[in-house]
Ligand binder design. Sequence first.
Ligand SMILES: [Zn+2]
Length: 145
Amino acid sequence: MNNFRYKMAQFFVGRTGVDALGRTVTWAALILMLLTMITHSNIIYLLAMACLGYSFWRMLSKNYQKRYNENQLFLQKTVRIRGFFSRLIPNIRNRFDGLKRDYQQRKVYAIFKCPTCKQKLRAPKGRGKIEVTCSKCHTVFIKKV
Ligand SMILES: [Zn+2]
């Protein structure tokens, strides 16, 4: 057996470990440290150290019930902001997929406007000169695609 891992596991028995609150505070500490490097601000540095200290202390705390309650409270208070972020990521992905679809369509379809009403129209590319009937005003015109 791996003795070190066993000892580590023993060490963490009955301790809180890393939960959502702990993870957030650790991220906050990392971001604050990054800000310290940019701004050289002592206050931000102290905040970073406080966050880091707090996250370690929480992780090693043996008062599991109390830490659990804190975490639950944290999850309750941040339900809206977490919802915002969990919606934001699929939104970005959808928009990206939309752009990709447009790009793929541009390869297959010629996109042009009706000369009369400026309605956006499209036709499959590579057919040469075609007779187009506008879907909106029914103007018929010749278009090379
Ligand atoms: Zn038209």
